[in-house]
Write a protein that binds this ligand. Structure first.
Ligand code: PLP
Ligand code: ZN
Length: 395
């Protein structure tokens, strides 16, 4: 393993990686750092192509020392699908969708759960706890079950019921909260404080390794494009872990010398019903302020106060990217339009990225001929209510 330490991106403090860590003393999430010179000496990009089609092909850049602790359901290496019909319609012929809907548990949260649970198990964790909008809880409950670890999950009552069922099926201790993910977070914080160290806080960005799992989307996009970076990557941003992870992955690849010295412009998509990052980006602020009365059909991105706000905003600015908020009715219209033209049912969060792509192209921010990768972060069939089937003729 080439993991060397954990680093605080805010105050610069180094923390040892061989014991359990949550946030830095200054309150910032921590980032895993590797001996990249040793990685470059140990493996070449060509070798990845000879390995199994899952995210563990990047093991030199992942934080698990002993393969016995790897907890896997085959996550990763999801397809990059060209979408020429819809792409032509919106003026982006080189539109590509990375379809995370094919990941175990039906969302890309499985990437973070696989790596996070594996490392937690290696460091001796017996029970994890977290607040969730649904998919993260379902994924962590599932991987915890596979690792023989306990899981306590707190989820808003309004979260998709399929995620509730997944947690129960995996044997998790599931609590429902009449409120938002931030309210669930308060309950979990109390539980952790009272547990005397017996329950590990695995909330979004509160431990450093979920990010490491999600960053593999960045490696995959580049490897699947023949070790080329696209012009733009569009990401539905809640807690922002995937966006921060992709940004981190691209930096690592650049430092390894495996890609050209150019970053894709990263785009954070939020809903007009919950857009703290878009508001902070537009105002030029370094941090986001909490969004009141958050509500959107794209439940996975309903995060009123993301802990990684600074890291998200840095990734957007440093890459020359942007942040954009889109309306629920447009998300649902694009979801239907895309499914009919391309034959793929997206999750609402993925469809939000299409709406963003369409609007950014119409406004000229995306230029003619640019290669644009959109993340479909979950399986459309997890959200059957996005398609209205009332009033169909009976024969
Ligand atoms: C969690 C989630 C998101 C947002 O992911 P972050 O990395 O927290 O920003 C987007 N889409 C779906 C389907 C999700 O479950
Ligand atoms: Zn710090």
């Amino acid at each position: 393993m080439h993991l060397t330490h954990l680093e605080c991106p805010r105050c610069g403090e180094r923390h040892p990686a061989d014991k359990l860590q949550n946030l830095c003393g200054c309150g910032s999430p921590l980032l895993a750092r590797y001996d990249l010179a040793a990685v470059a000496a140990a493996v070449t990009p060509e070798q990845f192509g000879l390995r199994p089609a899952d995210l563990w092909r990047y093991r030199e850049l992942l934080p698990v020392a002993d393969p016995r602790f790897v907890t896997t359901l085959g996550e990763g290496w999801t397809p990059l699908l060209r979408a020429p019909a819809y792409g032509h319609e919106i003026g982006i012929p080189d539109l590509i969708v990375k379809d995370e809907g094919l990941t175990p548990t039906g969302s890309f949260k499985a990437r973070g759960a696989a790596v996070g649970v594996s490392r937690a198990r290696e460091l001796g964790v017996e029970r994890i706890a977290m607040p969730t909008n649904g998919n993260a809880g379902a994924a962590w409950a599932t991987y915890a079950a596979r690792a023989g670890m306990g899981a306590t999950i707190a989820m808003p009552l309004s979260a998709p019921t399929i995620c509730r069922r997944e947690c129960v099926a995996a044997g998790a201790d599931l609590r429902l909260v009449d409120g938002l993910i931030s309210d669930a977070g308060r309950w979990v914080a109390e539980l952790i404080a009272e547990s005397g160290g017996r329950v590990f806080d695995a909330g979004t960005l509160r431990e450093p390794y979920r990010l490491e799992g999600k960053k593999t989307m960045g490696y995959e996009i580049v490897e699947q494009l023949g070790w080329q970076v696209p012009d733009v990557i569009i990401y539905p941003t809640g807690g922002g872990v995937g966006l921060i992870g992709i940004h981190k992955a691209l930096h690592e690849l650049r430092e390894l010398g495996w890609v050209e010295d150019r970053l894709p412009r990263l785009v954070a998509v939020q809903s007009t019903g919950c857009a703290p990052i878009v508001r902070a980006f537009a105002a030029g602020e370094p941090r986001a302020t909490p969004w009141a009365d958050a509500h959107t059909v794209a439940f996975g991105i309903t995060v009123p106060a993301p802990l990684g706000d600074e890291l998200i905003l840095t990734a957007l600015r440093e890459s020359g990217g942007t942040a954009i908020a889109v309306d629920d009715d447009e998300i649902l219209a694009d979801l239907r339009d895309f499914a009919a033209r391309e034959g793929l049912l997206l999750c609402p969060e993925g469809a939000a990225c299409l709406t963003a792509a369409r609007q950014l192209r119409a406004g000229g921010w995306i230029r003619p001929g640019e290669r644009v990768v959109v993340l479909n972060t979950g399986a459309g069939i997890k959200y059957p209510e996005t398609v209205d089937v009332s009033g169909l003729p009976t024969v």
